[in-house]
Design a protein. Structure first.
Length: 250
Protein backbone atom coordinates (compact mmCIF):
# COMPACT_ATOMS: atom_id res chain seq x y z
CA UNK A 1 0.00 0.00 0.00
CA UNK A 2 2.84 2.40 0.88
CA UNK A 3 4.46 1.63 -2.48
CA UNK A 4 1.22 2.46 -4.31
CA UNK A 5 0.78 5.72 -2.42
CA UNK A 6 4.37 6.71 -3.12
CA UNK A 7 3.94 6.15 -6.83
CA UNK A 8 0.72 8.16 -6.81
CA UNK A 9 2.43 10.96 -4.89
CA UNK A 10 5.27 11.09 -7.37
CA UNK A 11 2.78 11.21 -10.24
CA UNK A 12 0.81 14.00 -8.55
CA UNK A 13 3.96 16.06 -7.94
CA UNK A 14 5.00 15.62 -11.56
CA UNK A 15 1.58 16.75 -12.74
CA UNK A 16 1.66 19.81 -10.49
CA UNK A 17 5.14 20.72 -11.72
CA UNK A 18 3.97 20.41 -15.30
CA UNK A 19 0.96 22.64 -14.62
CA UNK A 20 3.13 25.28 -12.97
CA UNK A 21 5.37 25.49 -16.02
CA UNK A 22 8.41 24.31 -14.08
CA UNK A 23 11.56 23.61 -16.02
CA UNK A 24 11.78 19.90 -16.83
CA UNK A 25 15.48 20.02 -16.02
CA UNK A 26 18.61 19.20 -18.02
CA UNK A 27 17.77 17.33 -21.17
CA UNK A 28 14.08 18.20 -20.87
CA UNK A 29 11.85 20.13 -23.29
CA UNK A 30 12.64 23.49 -21.70
CA UNK A 31 16.38 22.91 -22.00
CA UNK A 32 16.05 21.85 -25.63
CA UNK A 33 14.00 24.93 -26.48
CA UNK A 34 16.62 27.17 -24.88
CA UNK A 35 19.29 25.48 -26.98
CA UNK A 36 17.22 26.03 -30.12
CA UNK A 37 16.72 29.69 -29.21
CA UNK A 38 20.46 30.12 -28.75
CA UNK A 39 21.08 28.51 -32.14
CA UNK A 40 18.46 30.74 -33.76
CA UNK A 41 19.97 33.94 -32.36
CA UNK A 42 23.41 32.82 -33.50
CA UNK A 43 22.00 32.04 -36.96
CA UNK A 44 20.58 35.54 -37.28
CA UNK A 45 23.81 37.14 -36.12
CA UNK A 46 26.26 35.12 -38.24
CA UNK A 47 24.25 34.15 -41.31
CA UNK A 48 21.93 37.13 -41.76
CA UNK A 49 22.94 40.33 -39.98
CA UNK A 50 26.61 40.01 -40.93
CA UNK A 51 25.68 39.45 -44.56
CA UNK A 52 23.99 42.83 -44.81
CA UNK A 53 20.35 42.35 -43.82
CA UNK A 54 19.54 45.57 -41.95
CA UNK A 55 15.76 45.85 -41.56
CA UNK A 56 15.22 45.52 -37.78
CA UNK A 57 11.71 44.11 -38.23
CA UNK A 58 12.98 41.36 -40.50
CA UNK A 59 15.79 40.54 -38.08
CA UNK A 60 13.33 40.34 -35.17
CA UNK A 61 11.03 38.06 -37.16
CA UNK A 62 13.94 35.75 -37.99
CA UNK A 63 14.86 35.69 -34.29
CA UNK A 64 11.28 34.94 -33.25
CA UNK A 65 10.10 32.17 -35.60
CA UNK A 66 11.20 28.68 -34.46
CA UNK A 67 12.62 27.30 -37.71
CA UNK A 68 13.13 23.89 -36.10
CA UNK A 69 9.34 23.53 -35.93
CA UNK A 70 9.17 23.73 -39.74
CA UNK A 71 11.57 20.90 -40.64
CA UNK A 72 11.19 17.11 -40.43
CA UNK A 73 12.24 15.44 -37.18
CA UNK A 74 15.39 14.02 -38.74
CA UNK A 75 16.50 17.53 -39.77
CA UNK A 76 15.92 19.34 -36.46
CA UNK A 77 19.63 19.25 -35.57
CA UNK A 78 20.35 21.12 -38.81
CA UNK A 79 17.43 23.55 -38.57
CA UNK A 80 19.69 26.57 -38.04
CA UNK A 81 22.43 25.57 -40.45
CA UNK A 82 23.45 27.75 -43.39
CA UNK A 83 21.55 26.05 -46.19
CA UNK A 84 18.24 24.68 -47.47
CA UNK A 85 16.79 21.45 -46.07
CA UNK A 86 14.59 18.79 -47.65
CA UNK A 87 11.00 18.74 -46.38
CA UNK A 88 9.73 15.85 -48.52
CA UNK A 89 7.86 15.60 -51.82
CA UNK A 90 10.91 16.95 -53.67
CA UNK A 91 10.64 20.33 -51.91
CA UNK A 92 12.92 22.30 -49.58
CA UNK A 93 12.84 24.94 -46.87
CA UNK A 94 15.01 27.80 -48.11
CA UNK A 95 18.36 28.86 -46.67
CA UNK A 96 17.74 31.34 -43.81
CA UNK A 97 19.69 34.13 -45.51
CA UNK A 98 17.60 33.81 -48.68
CA UNK A 99 14.39 33.96 -46.64
CA UNK A 100 15.63 37.15 -44.98
CA UNK A 101 16.86 38.66 -48.28
CA UNK A 102 13.56 38.04 -50.08
CA UNK A 103 11.57 39.36 -47.14
CA UNK A 104 13.64 42.52 -46.79
CA UNK A 105 13.47 43.15 -50.54
CA UNK A 106 9.70 43.53 -50.31
CA UNK A 107 9.92 46.54 -47.95
CA UNK A 108 6.88 45.37 -46.01
CA UNK A 109 4.55 47.52 -43.91
CA UNK A 110 2.52 46.23 -40.98
CA UNK A 111 -0.76 46.96 -42.81
CA UNK A 112 0.23 45.02 -45.95
CA UNK A 113 -1.48 41.97 -47.40
CA UNK A 114 0.92 39.47 -48.96
CA UNK A 115 0.50 36.59 -51.40
CA UNK A 116 3.03 33.77 -51.12
CA UNK A 117 3.39 31.15 -53.84
CA UNK A 118 4.89 27.93 -52.48
CA UNK A 119 3.95 27.43 -48.83
CA UNK A 120 6.25 24.45 -48.34
CA UNK A 121 6.49 23.76 -44.62
CA UNK A 122 5.11 27.22 -43.76
CA UNK A 123 8.32 28.86 -42.53
CA UNK A 124 8.37 31.80 -44.95
CA UNK A 125 4.67 32.38 -44.28
CA UNK A 126 5.38 32.53 -40.54
CA UNK A 127 8.14 35.12 -41.08
CA UNK A 128 5.75 37.21 -43.18
CA UNK A 129 2.99 36.82 -40.60
CA UNK A 130 5.24 38.48 -38.01
CA UNK A 131 5.46 41.54 -40.27
CA UNK A 132 2.14 42.12 -42.05
CA UNK A 133 -1.61 42.17 -41.53
CA UNK A 134 -2.42 38.99 -43.50
CA UNK A 135 -0.66 36.35 -45.56
CA UNK A 136 -2.39 34.32 -48.27
CA UNK A 137 -0.25 31.36 -49.28
CA UNK A 138 -0.72 28.72 -51.98
CA UNK A 139 0.85 25.25 -52.02
CA UNK A 140 0.47 22.88 -54.95
CA UNK A 141 1.53 19.73 -53.03
CA UNK A 142 -1.52 18.85 -50.98
CA UNK A 143 0.17 16.99 -48.08
CA UNK A 144 2.61 19.86 -47.59
CA UNK A 145 -0.18 22.42 -47.68
CA UNK A 146 -2.30 20.53 -45.16
CA UNK A 147 0.62 20.03 -42.79
CA UNK A 148 1.73 23.66 -43.10
CA UNK A 149 -1.77 24.92 -42.33
CA UNK A 150 -1.99 22.76 -39.22
CA UNK A 151 1.50 23.77 -38.09
CA UNK A 152 0.87 27.49 -38.53
CA UNK A 153 -2.41 27.22 -36.64
CA UNK A 154 -0.77 25.28 -33.82
CA UNK A 155 1.90 27.99 -33.49
CA UNK A 156 -0.75 30.70 -33.29
CA UNK A 157 -0.42 32.31 -36.73
CA UNK A 158 -4.08 33.19 -37.19
CA UNK A 159 -3.29 35.77 -39.89
CA UNK A 160 -2.24 33.15 -42.47
CA UNK A 161 -4.68 31.52 -44.90
CA UNK A 162 -3.46 28.44 -46.78
CA UNK A 163 -4.87 27.23 -50.10
CA UNK A 164 -4.05 24.05 -52.02
CA UNK A 165 -3.80 25.01 -55.68
CA UNK A 166 -1.83 26.17 -58.70
CA UNK A 167 0.36 29.13 -57.81
CA UNK A 168 0.51 30.31 -61.41
CA UNK A 169 -3.13 31.37 -61.05
CA UNK A 170 -2.54 33.42 -57.92
CA UNK A 171 -5.51 34.31 -55.72
CA UNK A 172 -7.55 36.74 -57.85
CA UNK A 173 -10.51 37.03 -55.47
CA UNK A 174 -8.18 38.38 -52.75
CA UNK A 175 -6.19 40.67 -55.07
CA UNK A 176 -4.73 43.21 -55.25
CA UNK A 177 -1.81 42.43 -52.95
CA UNK A 178 0.73 44.83 -51.54
CA UNK A 179 3.42 42.22 -52.09
CA UNK A 180 3.88 38.85 -53.78
CA UNK A 181 6.67 36.40 -52.95
CA UNK A 182 7.37 33.29 -55.01
CA UNK A 183 9.44 30.53 -53.43
CA UNK A 184 9.88 28.28 -56.47
CA UNK A 185 11.42 29.18 -59.81
CA UNK A 186 9.28 29.62 -62.95
CA UNK A 187 11.10 29.75 -66.30
CA UNK A 188 9.76 33.28 -66.75
CA UNK A 189 7.84 35.76 -64.61
CA UNK A 190 4.13 34.75 -64.35
CA UNK A 191 2.17 37.75 -65.63
CA UNK A 192 -0.98 36.74 -63.75
CA UNK A 193 0.88 37.27 -60.48
CA UNK A 194 2.18 40.66 -61.58
CA UNK A 195 -1.36 41.63 -62.53
CA UNK A 196 -2.49 40.89 -58.96
CA UNK A 197 -0.09 43.45 -57.48
CA UNK A 198 -1.57 46.66 -56.15
CA UNK A 199 -0.25 49.99 -57.40
CA UNK A 200 2.94 50.53 -55.43
CA UNK A 201 3.23 46.78 -54.87
CA UNK A 202 6.40 44.71 -54.97
CA UNK A 203 7.04 41.15 -56.10
CA UNK A 204 10.13 39.02 -55.58
CA UNK A 205 10.57 35.86 -57.64
CA UNK A 206 13.42 33.53 -58.62
CA UNK A 207 13.39 33.13 -62.40
CA UNK A 208 15.12 30.76 -64.78
CA UNK A 209 15.99 27.18 -65.62
CA UNK A 210 19.51 26.18 -64.69
CA UNK A 211 20.87 29.63 -63.93
CA UNK A 212 18.36 31.57 -61.85
CA UNK A 213 18.11 35.19 -60.76
CA UNK A 214 16.07 36.65 -57.95
CA UNK A 215 14.06 39.46 -59.54
CA UNK A 216 12.37 42.34 -57.74
CA UNK A 217 9.39 43.86 -59.57
CA UNK A 218 7.77 47.14 -58.53
CA UNK A 219 4.49 48.36 -59.98
CA UNK A 220 3.76 52.08 -59.89
CA UNK A 221 1.41 54.16 -61.99
CA UNK A 222 0.64 51.22 -64.24
CA UNK A 223 4.32 50.70 -65.06
CA UNK A 224 6.66 47.94 -63.92
CA UNK A 225 10.33 48.15 -63.05
CA UNK A 226 12.47 45.05 -62.68
CA UNK A 227 15.93 44.55 -61.23
CA UNK A 228 18.11 41.60 -60.34
CA UNK A 229 18.77 41.07 -56.62
CA UNK A 230 21.00 37.97 -56.57
CA UNK A 231 21.83 34.67 -58.22
CA UNK A 232 19.85 31.88 -56.53
CA UNK A 233 18.88 28.24 -56.79
CA UNK A 234 15.27 27.13 -56.17
CA UNK A 235 13.18 24.07 -57.01
CA UNK A 236 11.15 24.55 -60.22
CA UNK A 237 7.67 26.05 -60.05
CA UNK A 238 5.14 23.72 -61.66
CA UNK A 239 1.61 24.02 -63.01
CA UNK A 240 -1.24 22.05 -61.51
CA UNK A 241 -1.20 19.33 -64.16
CA UNK A 242 2.52 18.76 -63.50
CA UNK A 243 2.04 18.15 -59.78
CA UNK A 244 2.65 14.42 -59.56
CA UNK A 245 4.10 12.73 -56.51
CA UNK A 246 7.73 11.77 -57.06
CA UNK A 247 9.76 9.17 -55.14
CA UNK A 248 12.01 10.75 -52.51
CA UNK A 249 15.14 9.53 -54.32
CA UNK A 250 14.12 10.75 -57.80
Amino acid sequence: MRWTLSILSIGLCAALLGQSGADPGPGGAGDRERQMTDKRLKMVDTQIRRRGIKDPRVLRAMESVPRHRFVPDEAVRSAYSDGPLAIGHGQTISQPYIVALMTESLGLDSADTVLEIGTGSGYQAAILAELVDHVYTIEIVEPLGRDAGARLSELGYDNVTVRIGDGYLGWPERAPFDAVIVTAAPPEIPQKLVDQLADGGRMVVPVGEGYQELILIEKRGGKETRRSVAAVRFVPMVHGDENRERPENE
